[in-house]
Write a protein that binds this ligand. Structure first.
Ligand code: ASP
Length: 439
């Protein structure tokens, strides 16, 4: 979903967000070093975290309506034929589970959170112990009141509500279409407009991220020097390794389950992957992905639209991997050992959080607050990740898009599109029409 901006924007708005963050970083370091060297009043320095706290609070507040609307919107508007729908669902879930498994394994083996020294507070450790019980989480799945998960930021309850409403509204829509009625259209429009509204508000909050990064980096440098950034460096390396392994997993699946060769897949899909990296938005990349799958890789239109248009609403493997790794990283930083059942909660919530993450820049950061809340990790530590998210977001977005491409290639099967099929497609020349149908 892209939005055109009127021309009268202030000049700084034309600087891309990542560049604003990159510019803010050295200034923050200089300020931090200065405040550290003059032993500035610690209380005052601590207040530098206020912008970051506010941004995180706003993100937390937006996360629940975002997930609710994203899921309901997908159910209401996506065009999924029955049998392929089940196949699609199976592919999506196995890919996401593989991504989380890879992410957690890399984080457990490399232990990036142990590489530096970040001060932790005892109160946060206590918060973790309180809520990390998988059975309690299971018992807690059904909310006491319909709106309660929205208020409590409870991601599992929220997904249950979102799925229930999504499924029932979809069924009502199908019945009404069967009877030639159109009442469902108004609810579809309301959901669509609310979804767009929440994404616009999210854009406002995200526009403040450079200020938040500035404050939090200056504060960290002033109080703790560069030690915390050592573990962040290790975290970046760990995430990159995990994303690389995920890419290898995709290529292996494509090799065994589709007619497309890995070279063709990468060459044909390079435009989409690069666009994803440069925009940090899989939704903005969607048309490029669709085009690349059909024109360059040569998939059937039906497989491309199922994987890249429908699937991409639910499929954010890169985000799932990142959210799981972040939770583990912060637990390591705080010296908290997450047991296997506890990591299972991270798996479960990361799946849901990735499904609910919209395909826009930094969306993973928004839904990450829900993963942290579910396992009782303190969300203020997400502030640390904010400093590197502008880069890692691009990398995981490329992986989200590669995941959509993989699903499409597998759905296309082991038999390449025949000449006759190609001629029919060219004669119809309706790829644009179907694109807008699904979008
Ligand atoms: N930026 C990602 C995307 O568009 C979502 C995320 O932040 O993880 O796919």
């Amino acid at each position: 979903m892209t939005h055109s901006h009127p021309k009268s924007h202030p000049w700084w708005k034309s600087i891309p967000l990542y560049l604003q963050i990159v510019i803010a970083l050295p200034f923050a370091v200089v300020l931090g070093l200065f405040l550290g060297s003059i032993n500035a009043d610690t209380e005052l320095v601590k207040h530098l975290a206020i912008p970051c706290d506010l941004v995180l609070k706003a993100l937390r507040a937006l996360a629940t309506p975002l997930i609710l609307l994203a899921v309901v919107h997908s159910f209401l508007t996506a065009n999924i034929p029955g049998k392929s729908g089940r196949r699609l669902g199976f592919l999506l879930i196995t890919n996401t589970l593989a991504a989380i498994f890879i992410g957690l394994s890399v984080a457990n083996i490399l232990q990036p959170g142990k590489w530096g020294n970040i001060k932790s507070s005892t109160s946060t450790a206590a918060a973790v112990n309180k809520t990390l019980d998988p059975w309690a989480l299971l018992q807690d799945m059904v909310p006491e009141a319909v709106l309660k998960p929205l208020v409590d930021n409870n991601v599992i309850q929220l997904i249950l509500i979102a799925l229930t409403f999504g499924i029932v509204l979809r069924a009502i829509k199908a019945e009404q279409i069967g009877h030639g009625k159109k009442d469902y259209e108004s609810i579809e429009q309301v959901v669509t407009i609310l979804f767009e509204a929440i994404i616009r508000i999210l854009h406002w909050v995200i526009a403040l991220v450079p200020i938040a990064v500035f404050g939090i980096v200056a504060r960290t440098v002033a109080l703790q020097g560069f030690e915390p950034f050592k573990s962040l460096g290790a975290f970046i390396v760990a995430v990159l390794i995990a994303l690389f392994l995920q890419a290898c997993y995709y290529l292996t699946r494509v090799t065994f389950s589709s007619w497309v060769t890995p070279v063709r897949f990468l060459q044909g899909g390079s435009d989409a992957l690069l666009t994803a990296f440069s925009t940090a938005s899989s939704t903005a990349t969607m048309p490029v992905t669709f085009e690349a799958l059909i024109e360059k890789i040569g998939l059937r239109e039906s497989s491309a639209s199922l994987g890249a248009l429908v699937g991409s609403n639910f499929n954010n493997d890169g985000t799932a991997l990142y959210e799981a790794m972040s939770a583990l990283f912060v637990a390591q930083v705080l010296n908290i050992h997450l047991s296997l059942p506890q990591q299972l909660i991270v798996v479960l919530t990361s799946i849901f959080a990735s499904v609910g993450a919209a395909g826009i820049p930094e969306a993973g950061l928004v839904t990450m607050t829900l993963v942290f809340t579910a396992v009782g990790l303190p969300t203020q530590y997400i502030a640390l990740l904010v400093t590197v998210d502008w880069f890692l977001d691009r990398c995981r977005t490329a992986m989200n898009v590669m995941g959509d491409m993989t699903v499409s290639a597998i759905l296309d099967g082991k038999r390449r599109k025949t000449k006759v099929e190609m001629e029919i497609f060219e004669a119809e020349g309706d790829s644009d029409a179907s694109l807008t149908d699904v979008l």
